[in-house]
Design a protein around this ligand. Structure first.
Ligand SMILES: Cc1cc2nc3c(=O)[nH]c(=O)nc-3n(C[C@H](O)[C@H](O)[C@H](O)COP(=O)(O)OP(=O)(O)OC[C@H]3O[C@@H](n4cnc5c(N)ncnc54)[C@H](O)[C@@H]3O)c2cc1C
Length: 388
């Protein structure tokens, strides 16, 4: 067991760190304030391969492992957590298209997606189907050589600015549950695809979030990903990786906050001493670092479980997502506390990291749903010994 990063991983980490500090961090506050979606920067990220990190080489991707991907996303999130999180969603949706798309679909989208010339959204959540995603009601009815889409999606990241939508819709009946769901790669500018307003959010302001309404939108049958009825399985496979990617973005936010807090504690004087001289605050920083290291290792373990196709990968990803996004948020929040009143004002980036990291506890499956997934497995005979 070797816990050190190899030469390639160090090189990617370095490239991502430089990109984050040069192309993202200086502008993150502006993107947040003005709600700017930095498409030009996403294209630049594409030049480095960061828009198709785990897509295979035959479609132009970097074909990196999931472990490698977590290392890159963490660094990007130090620059702008919200933009890195969009990159993570784009990578997940692009990978789904490249893995299950028909020849026509792959040819149409992949070469543009992997370089950030085209952007992708992931459309699972609906107004009435959030945590209970398998209850979704959007329908895809076959009509000759087309499917006709009807229904609504909610909270879709990038919607209105992206080029292709990975949409989970029902080809079977409502009673079929998850087995009646199929996945599609839907051109975002199709007639009958309508977008709601950009939601006014607490954080994640550098990427739009919109509802989408499908009103008799016609898509050719070759937009189907995989087979009919496989959509929910495909959506969940995407989310295994998506969850540790988002968790890695939490690590980046938390690492950036710890770095800032450590410096601030040495500079800021109260009671005639630097904050760093107070043992209560030293212990706080020690706990923050301890938990961050634990969370990062758990993400890497879960990434390894995907890379090795472990049968328990979903459980490990759920545990890692729950733990790391909770730790990530708490560390950002503790760093804010260590900055006192200055942490609360926008001149310092801490409050933005707190706002951006908060939603990671909610999306890609809430942290309660992560516990549902984990508990379901743990209650099986012998599971407490197997999951370790
Ligand atoms: C900024 C943002 C971006 C998003 N981007 C996307 C996107 O790109 N694509 C996409 O498909 N979705 C996206 N989502 C949706 C997100 O995945 C959902 O919000 C999330 O899955 C929760 O669904 P819900 O909001 O309907 O909450 P609900 O499911 O209504 O849950 C409400 C509360 O009840 C809890 N709860 C529900 N069921 C249980 C249970 N069985 N046991 C215990 N607790 C339970 C939940 O954990 C939560 O705390 C995004 C959301 C946000 C806020």
């Amino acid at each position: 067991m070797d816990f050190s990063l190899n030469e390639n991983q160090l090189a990617f980490q370095d490239a991502a760190r430089n990109f984050a500090s040069g192309e993202m961090a200086p502008f993150a506050a502006l993107w947040d304030e003005k709600k700017i979606f930095p498409k030009d920067v996403l294209k630049k990220a594409g030049e480095l391969g960061f828009m198709g990190m785990y897509c295979s080489e035959d479609v132009g991707g970097l074909d990196l492992s999931r472990l490698d991907t977590t290392i890159i996303l963490e660094e990007l999130a130090k620059g702008c957590t919200s933009t890195a999180a969009f990159i993570s969603i784009h990578n997940m949706a692009s990978w789904m298209i490249s893995s299950w798309g028909s020849q026509v679909t792959k040819q149409r989208w992949c070469s543009d997606l992997v370089v950030g010339e085209a952007l992708a959204s992931y459309c699972l959540t609906e107004p009435g189907a959030g945590s209970d995603a398998a209850a979704l009601r959007t329908t895809a009815k076959i009509d000759g050589d087309h499917y006709i889409l009807n229904g609504s999606k909610m909270f879709i990241s990038g919607a209105g600015e992206t080029d292709v939508l990975v949409v989970m819709a029902r080809t079977g009946s409502q009673e079929d549950g998850a087995r009646g769901i199929s996945a599609f790669a839907v051109p975002a500018n199709l007639v009958g695809v309508n977008y709601g307003k950009n939601e006014d959010k607490m954080g994640w302001n550098s990427q739009p979030t919109r509802a989408i309404n499908f009103d008799n939108a016609r898509i050719p049958v070759d937009c189907l990903l995989g087979e009919e009825g496989e959509g929910f399985k495909i959506a969940m496979k995407g989310l295994d990786g998506g969850r540790i990617n988002i968790a890695s973005c939490s690590m980046g936010a938390a690492q950036a906050c710890i770095n800032l807090a450590q410096v601030y504690m040495q500079e800021r004087q109260q009671f005639g001493k630097p904050l760093a001289a107070f043992q209560a605050l030293q212990f706080k920083l020690a706990d923050m670092v301890t938990e961050l290291v634990a969370a990062r290792q758990m993400i890497r373990l879960a990434a390894n479980k995907i890379d090795t196709n472990d049968p328990d990968r979903t459980t490990y990803c759920a545990m890692a997502k729950r733990f790391a996004t909770d730790v990530g948020f708490n560390v950002c929040n503790d760093a804010l506390q260590l900055h006192g009143g200055y942490g609360y004002i926008k001149e310092y980036p801490i409050e933005r990291f707190v706002r951006d990291a908060r939603v990671h506890q909610i999306l890609e499956g809430t942290n309660e749903v992560m516990r549902v997934i984990t508990a379901r497995r743990i209650l099986e005979p012998g599971a407490t010994d197997a999951i370790r």
